[in-house]
Design a protein around this ligand. Structure first.
Ligand code: ADP
Length: 160
């Protein structure tokens, strides 16, 4: 079975890494799908975000994981990939409220599509890419939230 794990990954955090590892253990094939939507202005380029994920795959020997990118509707990407399973992480009740609507819309656009939710690891459930960027913008310590290579890339962007 093949699962798609879509997101912005701008940047990749320990929360994302935890989900990717768990999916690697559960599925034959995991497609980490990076959203390249131009309107949602990202700090890191698509190539930079890809590189962050590639390093995690290599370091952890995640041999079921592939990286792809998409824009437009996620359901169209899922159709192209021939997969009817989307995975999302759940941190807060707020995530659930938002995600359940998207999941229903997606299911109505693609018959049989299932969205599965993985509960965030309690150690990482407070971590978000936007929170990490905010701390980094004030030159704070981001080492508890992201891997060393991502930390270095953030420090480069924010010049500290
Ligand atoms: P998006 O813009 O699609 O929400 P993100 O990169 O912020 O992209 O998140 C991608 C997925 O990873 C989402 O399902 C999100 O809930 C999940 N996620 C983000 N941070 C964490 C975390 N700390 N723990 C578990 N899941 C997370």
């Amino acid at each position: 079975m093949k699962v798609i794990y879509p997101g912005s990954f701008d940047p990749l955090t320990y929360g994302h890494i935890d989900i990717i590892k768990r999916l690697n253990d559960m599925f034959d094939e995991v497609v980490v799908a990076i959203l390249k939507n131009e309107e949602k202005k990202s700090l890191f380029t698509l190539e930079e975000r890809e590189e962050m994920i590639r390093e995690v795959i290599k370091e952890n020997d995640l041999d079921h994981v592939k990286i792809k990118s998409f824009d437009g509707l996620l359901v169209n990407f899922a159709k192209e990939e021939n997969s009817k399973i989307i995975a999302r992480g759940l941190r807060l009740v707020a995530d659930y409220e938002y995600e359940k609507n998207i999941a229903r819309i997606n299911a109505s656009l693609y018959d049989g599509l299932e969205t599965i939710f993985l509960l965030a690891n309690s150690n990482y459930s407070f971590i978000s890419s936007s929170g990490v960027k905010e701390v980094a913008s004030f030159k704070g310590d981001i080492s508890p939230f992201v891997s060393k290579n991502v930390e270095l890339k953030l420090k480069e962007k924010y010049k500290y």
